[in-house]
Design a protein around this ligand. Structure first.
Ligand SMILES: C[S@@+](CC[C@H](N)C(=O)[O-])C[C@H]1O[C@@H](n2cnc3c(N)ncnc32)[C@H](O)[C@@H]1O
Length: 183
């Protein structure tokens, strides 16, 4: 409880970058991990790690020999997770989602995101969605939790199959976008 309170203070202090005053609720943590592949040797990417609540859930859902690359722009959030999660499968990248191609040359089997995409310029939003599509394996999912349904059309223009799960437990209501690449 005390840790959640500390996380809320850290997110609120950085509101224009975090886009949130508290971490995602338990239902979002579960829903966002729906399509994480459980098979061996998979590459998973997270955007917007924050204090690592979803990071933990991803690690709990993936195989012991898979790898998670977690992107986070805030250095102190990276340091926090580095100190609080000890797991050899986790690689923390202190950089933005928009630079995914700079850091990852392998084929990716799942992308999980919770950064505030709506705050970005249209060009940056479309650039990230397209880059994710490019690096994803066939039949893999890009799942993004947002507080708005407005950016959904941008995902539909690039991805082959998309739907939204509404999570009312979250404050504010969260919309988890599940977008699949089918080639
Ligand atoms: C709403 S918080 C989500 C934290 C946590 N994953 C959760 O769901 O509770 C959004 C996070 O995205 C990070 N962020 C913002 N812009 C980013 C970007 N371009 N690339 C990666 N992370 C970014 C923020 O610093 C913040 O930690």
């Amino acid at each position: 409880m005390y840790q959640k309170f500390k996380t809320s203070i850290a997110y609120t202090k950085n509101l224009f970058v975090t886009g949130a005053i508290s971490q995602s609720c338990r239902s979002v943590e579960i829903e966002i991990c729906r399509y994480i592949p459980k098979e061996d040797h998979k590459i998973i990417v997270e955007f917007g790690m924050g204090h690592g609540n979803i990071t933990r859930e991803i690690l709990n859902n993936m195989a012991p020999n898979s790898k998670l690359y977690a992107f986070e722009v805030n250095k102190s959030f990276c340091d926090h997770v580095c100190e609080s999660i000890t797991d050899e499968r986790l690689v923390i990248i202190n950089d933005g989602a928009e630079n995914i191609k700079k850091h990852i040359q392998e084929e990716v089997h799942s992308v999980i995101a919770s950064m505030p995409l709506s705050f970005f310029s249209k060009e940056k939003q479309v650039g990230i969605i397209q880059d994710v599509y490019d690096v994803l394996a066939n039949d893999a999912y890009y799942t993004h939790s947002l507080y708005s349904k407005i950016p959904f059309k941008k995902f539909q223009k690039i991805f082959d199959s998309c739907y939204i799960e509404k999570i009312k437990d979250n404050i504010p209501t969260a919309y988890v976008y599940h977008c699949k690449k089918v080639q």
